[in-house]
Design a protein. Structure first.
Length: 136
């Protein structure tokens, strides 16, 4: 490889692979820093389509506004908001779960909020602990 591409070509090839890996990791690998095992179950239960839509519509525009255009007022809306068990502002009780905010489509609306479980036949009164997604 070194003999055919020379030194600059090999370093360029290596840099290209690094840029490709950065893009793939940004788009497909969720942040798991300082999460409990239960929270990780919820994070990895979110469909890839919802996560990719969030990255393209919220995370990347935020990053560009904040770090390229230097707009300090830019705020990133979180994809996951974990609630404390049994505590809501309106006094009702609900189990902890993720809050997913990435628009609603048929597959994401069928997501039940349980790790590894998608159930379109869930009761309509039961709300998904998520902003923008309610069970149909």
């Amino acid at each position: 490889m070194l003999s055919t591409m020379r030194t600059i070509g090999v370093f360029g090839f290596y840099a290209g692979l690094n840029i490709l890996a950065f893009c793939l990791i940004l788009l497909w690998v969720p942040e798991t820093k300082q999460r409990t095992l239960e929270e990780l179950d919820y994070i990895f239960a979110v469909p890839s389509r919802v996560f990719l839509k969030y990255q393209f519509t919220h995370a990347i525009p935020y990053w560009i506004k904040r770090w390229v255009l230097f707009q300090r007022s830019a705020r990133l809306e979180p994809l996951y908001r974990f609630q404390l068990e049994g505590h809501l502002d309106n006094g009702t009780s609900t189990p902890p779960g993720p809050v997913v905010d990435a628009g609603q489509d048929k597959k994401s609306a069928a997501w039940s909020g349980q790790p590894g479980h998608r159930s379109p036949a869930a009761p309509p009164s039961e709300k998904l602990v998520a902003t923008g997604l309610e069970k149909l």
